[in-house]
Design a protein around this ligand. Sequence first.
Ligand SMILES: [Zn+2]
Length: 271
Amino acid sequence: MLDLSKQDVYVFSMTEILIPFALNKNGEQVSVDEVENGLGCECICISCKSRMVAKNNGSEKQSHFAHYRAGKADLKCDITFANSVFWMSESIITTSLTNIKLLTPNLLSEYDNKTEVTSAGIRELDVKTVDFFPKNNGSSWTFVVEVIANNLRRPLAITLSFDKGDGCHGAISYKGKFLSNLVINLSELHKIWRLKKAGFRESLHYELFENPNNRRWAFHERTAKVLKQLDEQRLSGISAIRQNSHSQNTMFSAKEQASLDQLYRELERER
Ligand SMILES: [Zn+2]
C-alpha cells in the first residue's frame, strides 16, 4: 500500500543543495529536465562555472545538477537552491518575447476590512523595463518592472521570497518613491519538483506569474489614499448625523449630543 504520509516527513533544508538550474554551453539557463543526463549535458555551474553533472535518473531524490568535482578546496561557489531559482526567474523574464501577464491579488483596507485598496486582476508587465536588484545570496530578491494599464505605466516592485513565514517585506524605496511591493512566496517549489508534478521551467513560470495562492501585497501605494477617503467619509457621515440632530432635537439626548460633538471635534483634530 502506498503510504502518502511518508512524503511529508521529508523536510527541505536550504543547506541541502539540490540545484535545479545550470548554464549550457551557449551560456543559457537550462533546467535539469531539459538536458542530457550526466556529463553529456555539457553544463557549468551558474556561480563557480565548473562542470556540472545532470542527475536525472528517476531516483527518489529530486532531479538536480551536481558539481562534477565536488569538494575541491579551491572552489569558491555560492550556488544555492534559492539563488539558482532567482537566476532562472531572471532568465524567464529577459528571454520572454512578449510582455508577461501577472496575476495580482486584491487587498482590503485595514480601516474596515472590506473596502478594496486594489482589486485582483491580470496585469501586463513590460519585460523590456525590468530593473533587477543585486542578488545577495539571501532568501529573497527584488526587481522593479513597469505595469502597463490603459496606456499608463507604473513601476511595481516584485519580491521573490523563500522565507517560511511572512518575512519582513514592506515598501520598496526606488528612485525617491515608495513602490507597491508584491511578494511571491516560492517555498512550495521544492515540493512540486520533488514530486515531479511538472517540468521545472513551466512550474516556475506558473509559480511566478499565475499561482493565486502564493502572493500578497507587502505594501500598496494606494493604501494611505484609501484610508484618507474612508476617514473623510466617516467624518462627513458623523457631521451629517450631528447637524441633523441639532435641527431635530428629538433624536438625541443632551448627553448623547455632547459626546457626538466631542467625537466630531476629536476626529477633526486628528485630520
Ligand atoms: Zn558551483
